[in-house]
Write a protein that binds this ligand. Structure first.
Ligand code: GDP
Length: 296
């Protein structure tokens, strides 16, 4: 990811770094290049516009910073603004609820919800020493329930069974009850996704949300979907009080636009990224590290 974007930006950066004096025209040229590079990487247009405006404004006053050449100072501004764009700092999971803390996963079919449920269970158990219960409310696809059951088995994590045709809220509430009785710290609830956004899916997840009152409602989205990922994130974020986003398939050849846009478009932090199909392929999201990667 970011290969093309990094390549494009490194050209701009090289030119900027070499400048002992920067004129408004130099900055203008550089910003034009940055703008093109971001658009080509599938960053949402309003995000690009806003970003360029901020960098330009801050760059014009850079001569006053004595420790860096003006060119270096502009590069520093770009780095800082990229970091801010993605949320500034790592947003951790919030589990401050009376146990069990509920994590509800939402997203389209194929986004990586079920895989992510398993990854999160592993993360919570190994990194945070939590006792986790997994359950699936995907009552339309037996394969989805089976997939989670298999993952749970592989991870030696408890699984609350469900069946096609059951009512999602009932499954979730029964799972919660079970978790209370068996002293689980966290319940991860996987949900049904559809191929596109539709009203029935939104209604169902809203009802689940109302019934469960989760401490975390995480939207799982496939980074490979570029602009569509951001549009879908916006639609879910408008319908549900999301607490964060998990961007999957960052190991693929996505151009990176979703990583750079999703925070600003939804106002919700990216909490984790998926970096592989295996259960170990989950990493907390660090905006500053991602910005460094973008800048190569
Ligand atoms: P769901 O329909 O949202 O539950 O999606 P799944 O969890 O079934 O994932 C759909 C496909 O994406 C599967 O083939 C997963 O192995 C794959 N997948 C999920 N997360 C990642 C990831 O971070 N990287 C890669 N390369 N593949 C992923």
């Amino acid at each position: 990811m970011f290969d093309n974007l990094s390549q494009r930006l490194s050209g701009v950066i090289k030119t900027l770094r070499g400048q002992a004096r920067l004129t408004e025209a130099n900055i203008q040229d550089a910003m034009r290049e940055v703008r093109m590079a971001l658009l080509e990487a599938d960053v949402a247009l309003p995000v690009v516009k806003d970003f360029i405006a901020k960098v330009r404004e801050r760059s014009l006053g850079q001569e006053v910073m004595s420790s860096l050449t003006p060119g270096q100072a502009v590069v520093q501004v770009v780095y800082q603004e990229l970091t801010l764009l993605m949320g500034d700092h790592n947003a951790t999971l919030n589990l401050a609820a009376r146990p069990p803390a509920v994590i509800l996963l939402a997203g389209l079919q194929g986004a990586g919800k079920t895989t992510t449920a398993g990854k999160l269970a592993k993360f919570l158990r190994e990194q945070m020493k939590k006792k986790v219960l997994l359950t699936s409310c995907d009552v339309y696809r037996p394969a989805a329930i089976e997939q989670l059951r298999t993952l749970a088995q592989q991870l030696e994590t408890d699984f609350f069974p469900s069946e096609v045709g059951q009512q999602p809220e009932k499954i979730a509430l029964d799972a919660l009850d079970f978790a209370r009785k068996h002293f689980h710290d966290v319940v991860i609830v996987d949900t049904a996704g559809r191929l596109g956004i539709d009203e029935a899916m939104m209604d169902e997840i809203k009802r689940l949300h109302a019934a469960l009152d989760p401490i975390e409602t995480l939207f799982v989205v496939d980074a490979m979907q570029g602009q569509d990922a951001v549009n879908t994130a916006k639609a879910f974020s408008d319908a549900l009080p999301l607490t964060g986003v998990i961007l999957t398939k960052l190991d693929g050849d996505s151009r990176g636009g979703a990583a750079l846009s999703v925070r600003q478009v939804t106002g919700k932090p990216i909490k984790f990224v998926g970096v592989g199909e295996k259960v170990a392929g989950l990493e907390p999201f660090y905006p500053d590290r991602m910005a460094s990667r973008v800048l190569g």
